[in-house]
Design a protein around this ligand. Structure first.
Ligand code: C5P
Length: 216
């Protein structure tokens, strides 16, 4: 790993979960810790990149020399990324964006009532696809958390979302990936793939940054 790998490059990374408000006190979210995205930000800084995070709510310190923009919802994350994407060379979408949000955010706390209730949800925009579709866009990297046929689904996700690279995660193994300290991933790009053996997220992040530097 060389500290000049991404010298002068600008890297934008999304990290953490999003929170989709239901009313002033409730939201829909997920268990993403943000650790992989923050580790990638640290690795990008170490590789010499000017590094920016767009982060959902997490309990992690902002790595040194990283500019961090905090957001809550998928819509806020998209808006912030669209503001920042013109000034970046590499975009890494590590955030666990909620697929859906409540169709309506109630202005007052929802009251308990019937024994059953239903929530109407609407699809969130796909942030990484939106960035990948932009003209003269950055080198765009996504993640694919899958529980089966991991590499097959990851490769088709890369194609469907027009990504330059995708990091495939087998989330059926709870000792790695989502909300754990270690990870084991396969990095895929249009012409090949490389599996990174189980290691802590800092080590995985440095190898991912190295592969990005070599393939962009
Ligand atoms: O389609 P799926 O959610 O499995 O795709 C995962 C990849 O897409 C991740 O890189 C994630 O950050 C990104 N994504 C996104 N916006 C969404 C959903 C996923 O950027 N609304």
């Amino acid at each position: 790993f060389s500290s000049g790998l991404l010298a002068g490059k600008r890297v934008l990374i999304t990290a953490g979960p999003t929170r989709e408000a239901l009313d002033p006190v409730r939201y829909i979210s997920n268990h993403s810790s943000g650790r992989m995205g923050y580790a990638l930000a640290t690795a990008a800084v170490d590789a010499g990149a000017r590094t920016t995070l767009v982060s959902g709510p997490v309990n992690l310190p902002v790595p040194e020399h990283v500019q961090c923009h905090r957001v809550e919802s998928a819509l806020e994350m998209l808006e912030k990324c669209q503001q920042l994407v013109a000034d970046c060379d590499i975009f890494i979408a590590c955030a666990a964006v909620a697929d859906y949000r409540p169709a309506q955010v109630q202005p007052q706390k929802i009251k308990k009532g019937d024994d059953t209730t239903t929530l109407e949800l609407v699809k969130n925009p796909d942030i990484v696809s939106t960035v990948a579709a932009s003209e003269n866009g950055p080198f765009t990297v996504g993640f694919a958390a899958e529980t089966r046929d991991v590499l097959h689904y990851a490769r088709s996700k890369m194609q469907r979302k027009s990504l330059d690279m995708i990091i495939a995660n087998d989330v059926s193994d709870s000792s790695i990936g989502f909300n754990s300290a270690e990870n084991e991933v396969t990095v895929l790009w249009p012409g090949g793939e490389q599996t990174l053996a189980r290691a802590n997220k800092a080590a995985i992040a440095r190898q991912i940054v190295e592969l990005i530097a070599n393939h962009r």
